[in-house]
Design a protein. Structure first.
Length: 280
């Protein structure tokens, strides 16, 4: 049975393709966090997958990766979202444990899907330079959490005891991250990025005033909800005029929230994040 509150099959396909093609924020390793660098090729057409419309973007991304895993011939899922409970208290969660049949080893994966804005106060290769759209998240915070909490959780005694129920040699587990990101930079920025993946830069962030100044009579607009940030603007069918879009943006500005806006000009597309602040 399909509920009205679930994402449509066509929409899920666009989200799946968008997630799989979203680039990794860095190649190989960064701060000793090594990427799971197996290409997530879009290997099938989704059918029967049901995901609620109100699911958080990060959890949605996890579900889409799970779907990719289910279709993989090389990787076998041991478990997903395993809560680690100690003295009746949840001390953390292991995102995914897979078995790589090619190299005959288990891999603990932590999944991260982020959207960051560039703070010009820092060099673009500095970990402090990348901030969440609403300024309550940052690359530095996430990397710190991965290194100090999420990955070390695997080696805690309680976790090792639980893992023994799944695999015989719980200590012989590799650890990887799938850290995907889209980056947004100020207008007319020319950044020299070599630590991070320059392919992650997909658009600009602007103030509401700057956004208004970009308008011309031949452009149309769409404000995707947070889930739809994963898909490509070219998958959108219905577009709005400038006046309707400004009303939508104003609603977000009044509560000091950023939002994404897609802009269509003929058959070209651009992505912007409109922010309610002028400086970080």
């Amino acid at each position: 049975m399909k509920y009205k509150s679930t994402i449509s099959e066509a929409q899920l396909q666009f989200l799946y393709e968008g997630y799989c093609s979203m680039p990794l924020l860095w190649e190989d390793c960064f701060f000793e966090l090594c990427q799971f660098d197996v290409p997530l090729e879009v290997n099938h057409h989704l059918s029967g997958l049901q995901i609620k419309q109100n699911k958080r973007l990060g959890k949605l991304a996890e579900d889409l990766f799970s779907e990719w895993l289910n279709q993989s011939e090389r990787f076998q899922t041991v478990f997903e979202n395993l809560q680690i409970i100690e003295d009746k208290r949840t001390i953390g969660e292991i995102d995914v444990l897979v078995f790589d049949t090619k190299y005959q080893k288990h891999i603990h994966l932590e999944l991260v899907t982020k959207f960051y804005l560039y703070n010009p106060a820092f060099d673009a290769n500095d970990i402090r330079a990348w901030i969440g759209p609403n300024r309550n998240d940052s690359l530095l915070k996430k990397v710190t959490k991965l290194k100090q909490k999420q990955l070390p959780l695997l080696h805690q005694k309680t976790t090792q005891t639980i893992l023994a129920n799944y695999i015989p040699q719980a200590k012989d587990i590799a650890q990887k991250v799938i850290f995907k990101a889209n980056l947004f930079v100020p207008l007319r920025s020319k950044l020299n990025i070599n630590v991070f993946n320059a392919n992650c830069i997909v658009g600009n962030y602007v103030t509401f005033l700057q956004f208004k100044e970009l308008h011309n009579t031949y452009t149309t607009y769409f404000c995707p909800n947070k889930q739809d940030w994963l898909r490509q603007p070219k998958t959108q069918n219905k577009w709005n005029d400038f006046e309707i879009t400004c009303v939508e943006i104003q609603r977000f500005m009044e509560v000091s929230q950023s939002l994404m806006v897609w802009v269509k000009y003929n058959e070209t597309f651009q992505r912007y994040i409109v922010v309610p602040y002028a400086h970080f």
